[in-house]
Design a protein around this ligand. Structure first.
Ligand code: BT5
Length: 323
């Protein structure tokens, strides 16, 4: 941790309390003058820090800005989110995460941005990522699993995002197969999983997660107005993005460890319990065919099962699902 991170961690651990310059200088292993300089830097970054002679420093307010120091302070995970690259503006966090992964970034590294000018969905579709109102992030993981199991990581991520949003906001989120999080009939989050692998070995996955957090209706362009929503629109109040990211990191680490040790079964059950898709009549468009039927569940591998009119059950590996 750098000095700024140590200071933020101390503020986080002792909220509302004044921490003396002496204490902070011992924690950081630097002089009191250096502590003061870092306080000035934090103020320039938008932190409101109160300084009282003989008492010390107290954090009054943190900026609504995604930074590595904020995400890591008080995070409490072993690896997920322990390394963070935070940017103001990028084309997309996905290629930056691929780049970091090929240069050896550890598992759990997060790439975040306030604004994406070329955010992307699946099949080259665009992902609308306006400044400051969402969570646009890419997570690097390096699971030792066979290639056919990698789609389970998208389902696992959806379970984790849905649980994080539910716990943080109380909103009734549902998962639409395979990669969307819905509130009511509107999309609040999309997940894009990209893979770097050889025929028998996964090198790493970059899991891109886009969550509309504090967008208001006017932030959505006309083509999204009817199909997209945000946590703020649904809950009627702003949602703290840092807390949501931290909660996601903790939940992801826990489910991911479970997945690596005990497999997919419990994740599948959790996914089905919160599914928007299961039990509905769906129209499925794969690259090669169109299929109508009732979505009846996932199989052990995470493949969607759709029963057609004649009773035949089809396995759907990759497709767009409409209702
Ligand atoms: C997805 O694709 O839903 C995956 C989105 C992943 C975005 C993250 S953000 C961080 C990382 N960096 C990136 O560049 N991407 C990832 P798909 O299922 O193909 O859905 C795309 C469709 O969702 C579009 O065609 C629109 O109809 C709709 N859409 C676009 N932006 C949206 C938004 N902000 N909210 C809701 N729907 C949106």
């Amino acid at each position: 941790m750098n000095i700024k991170q140590v200071i933020l961690q101390a503020f986080h651990d002792q909220p509302d309390r004044f921490i003396s310059g002496e204490e902070l200088s011992q924690m950081c292993g630097c002089s009191r003058t250096a502590v003061w300089k870092h306080m000035e830097e934090l103020r320039r970054d938008g932190y409101e820090v109160e300084a009282v002679r003989k008492s010390g420093y107290r954090l009054v307010a943190a900026p609504d800005r995604l930074s590595a120091a904020e995400v890591t302070a008080g995070l409490g995970t072993q690896r997920i989110g322990q390394q963070v690259f935070a940017y103001d503006e990028v084309i997309s966090t996905q290629p930056l995460a691929h780049d970091a992964a090929t240069k050896g970034a550890p598992e759990g590294t997060l790439v975040l941005a306030e604004l994406q000018t070329g955010g992307k969905g699946r099949l080259g579709r665009p992902w609308h990522s306006p400044k400051g109102s969402g969570i646009w992030m890419s997570l690097i993981v390096r699971p030792v699993i066979p290639l056919p199991k990698t789609p389970q990581m998208t389902l696992l991520t959806a379970v984790c995002v849905a649980q994080s949003i539910r716990e943080e906001t109380g909103l009734p989120v549902k998962i639409k197969w395979p990669n969307d999080i819905f509130i009511g009939d509107k999309k609040v989050c999309g997940i894009l999983t990209e893979l770097h692998a050889e025929s028998d070995r996964v090198h790493y996955l970059v899991i891109g997660i886009g969550i509309n957090v504090n967008s208001v209706s006017a932030d959505f362009p006309a083509d999204l107005a009817q199909i997209a929503t945000s946590l703020r629109i649904e809950s009627g109040q702003p949602v703290n993005r840092i807390r949501l990211i931290q909660r996601f990191c903790r939940i992801f680490e826990s489910w991911y460890d479970h997945f690596l040790q005990d497999g997919f079964q419990q994740i599948k059950e959790n996914w089905e319990a919160h599914s928007y898709t299961i039990g509905r009549d769906v129209s499925v468009q794969t690259i090669s065919q169109k299929l109508e039927g009732r979505a009846i569940g996932l199989d052990e591998a995470g493949v969607l099962l759709v029963r057609d009119e004649s009773g035949h059950v089809h396995k759907v590996y990759s497709a767009d699902v409409n209702y």
